[in-house]
Write a protein that binds this ligand. Sequence first.
Ligand SMILES: Cc1cc2nc3c(=O)[nH]c(=O)nc-3n(C[C@H](O)[C@H](O)[C@H](O)COP(=O)(O)O)c2cc1C
Length: 365
Amino acid sequence: MSLYTSLVRPALFRLDPEFVHHATLGLAGTLGFAAGPMRFFSAVDDRRLPVTVAGLNFPSPIGLAAGFDKNGAAVPFLAGLGFGFLELGSVSSEPSGGNPRPRLFRLPDDEAIVVAYGVPNQGADRVAARLAGQRHRVPIGLNIVATNRGPNAPAEPDDAIIAEYMIAARRLAPVADYLMFNLSCPNTCDGRDFFADRGRMSAWLDALDAARLDRRPVFLKVSPAGGIAGIEQLLELCDAHDTIDGFMFNLPSTKPAGLKTPESVWKSLPGAVAGPPAAAVLDECLVECYRRMDRSRYVLLASGGVSSPEDAYAKIRKGASLVELLTAMIYQGPGVVHRITVGLADLMARDGVKSVSEVVGADVR
Ligand SMILES: Cc1cc2nc3c(=O)[nH]c(=O)nc-3n(C[C@H](O)[C@H](O)[C@H](O)COP(=O)(O)O)c2cc1C
């Protein structure tokens, strides 16, 4: 048991989850000056860990998933925790208040979080202005989404939604090392998967071609809901363009099977389940996509229940070149980043693996 799990977590878990999220992020934002000394403790100098993906050099494959630092408020501190990269956002072209509260819930029996935020954020202009001129030791990804204008807003035409992505991307590309387009937010669009539609997805890819985003690597975060047919359609459409560098899968919008938490607790909660219960569905998509995609063109990023070095290593061996986590930080504290990174290097050493790229997809080829 760590100090975090024995003392800090019990205190934090007495408070409202969204309040704790904002408070910890606010604190992290003020502690940026400590990033240098923090790196002394958090940096893991192991030649097995650095990985090059889409032309970018990542000091380790373990990154922060989108949703923790939506507005880029605490980048130096988060980088100081030892992450190999940070994905910020989701950010939309216009500011958004997200969904009505309450919209964040804990399921401690499952070490999970139910998230129904609905992508609140300060908008692309403010986030781009905050990040402008900052330099970081790790790659920074910007996760981009369409603006959530609330449950009562009139439906927007398809081309307006597509245009919104491109407006946000043009503003954010100059401050990003890579762009992750969130085409799948499980908590908006009334649960509709807008991009499951072939015509819309095709129109979106055409718009991306036309946008010419400063040659930033572009990844798509897509819904797992379409299963194998959805993956095959996505790959077929992307194959016809040369703008996409890879994919990852977002949380399913339905509650996963096998939760330890009683149904009476989670049944009425809005939102998607993050943490270990999300792993099975997301890993299945990871493997199916890895097997089908043209590996000379695309890479995969993966998240969903990464709480240990074994989880991270397994995702890499199932096809992920980069692995992200979020919920494990809430349950295990910020030290989890260092623990997973050190443990991953140890597992690779145990197996005689010299680099991450050597072992990507090793279990499913
Ligand atoms: C509180 C919270 C907020 C999130 N917000 C976003 C978001 O804004 N955009 C996004 O693409 N994913 C978001 N996610 C999903 C995460 O990026 C990640 O894919 C998912 O949580 C699985 O990883 P985990 O099990 O390590 O949490 C959010 C997840 C959580 C728990």
